[in-house]
Design a protein around this ligand. Structure first.
Ligand code: HEM
Length: 215
């Protein structure tokens, strides 16, 4: 038996989609700055990249606040439990129509691989991206509070770190786009992140109750 459950709350969906748009835009403008192609022109690409970066930082601040005030941050604590089963599922289980090894519920909406990946993004890739980006900004546009101990050689390192982190983030986006199609149906994960609702196995009344309270 399945039941329509409210899994992703409105701020969560807003944060998810705005983050997706900003990351794709930052990647697009960033790789123009890197010299890969010409679209906006270098100067405008830098301007738009900076504006999107500020918006991204503001969004991150709100998202941190939301995760801590709602307690949702707990969903991202990595676990070894069922991690190998989940990997096996992605590697070959799903191609043999095997059932999902973990059950999705409101209080456990991320599978062990998602927990690990999203945790890595939150504590490593995004902080590296933001820190290297800010250092890059402060170095290139010193206004009073310039970072004086940085020299040209270290700017190169910052650019390299920023670009490597960008590759990680883009690889994540590509794999993520593929994996969203591997839910219960081809589009169930996508619909859930758009509407908030998803058809889940209905055998835990306490969770459903909590969810009604959180609406
Ligand atoms: C808050 C986050 C970010 C900040 C503060 C930031 C800031 C910057 C700055 C200041 C530059 C150099 C512009 C110049 O040459 O004057 C830059 C370059 C770049 N950014 Fe970002 N960025 C951020 C996020 C991102 C994201 C999410 C991506 C991609 C997914 C990205 C990809 C790039 C790339 C590829 C370059 C060119 C690096 C190079 O070749 O030197 N950035 N960024």
């Amino acid at each position: 038996m399945t039941k329509k459950v409210y899994v992703y709350r409105s701020f969560e969906r807003f944060w998810h989609w705005l983050q997706a748009i900003l990351i794709i835009f930052l990647a697009f403008s960033g790789f123009e700055i890197h010299g890969l192609y010409k679209f906006f022109g270098f100067e405008e690409a830098v301007l738009y990249h900076n504006i999107a970066a500020y918006l991204f930082i503001i969004l991150i601040v709100f998202a941190i606040f939301w995760h801590f005030t709602t307690g949702e941050w707990r969903q991202y604590i990595p676990t070894y439990k069922n991690l190998s089963k989940q990997m096996q599922y992605y590697l070959w289980g799903m191609f043999k129509n095997e059932p999902h090894p973990t059950k999705k519920t409101v209080l456990r909406k991320l599978n062990p691989m998602q927990k690990l990946t999203y945790f890595g993004l939150k504590v490593l890739v995004i902080p590296v991206m933001v820190t290297s980006g800010l250092l890059y900004m402060l170095f290139r546009y010193p206004q009073g509070n310039e970072i004086q101990y940085l020299n040209i050689a270290s700017l190169e390192i910052i650019a390299l770190v920023h670009t490597i982190a960008a590759f990680f983030l883009i690889s994540f986006v590509i794999v993520h786009l593929y994996l969203i199609t591997t839910g219960e149906t081809l589009t169930s994960n996508l619909k859930a992140m758009l509407t908030g609702y998803e058809e889940l196995e209905d055998d835990d009344e306490s969770e459903t109750k909590k969810l009604e309270e959180n609406k």
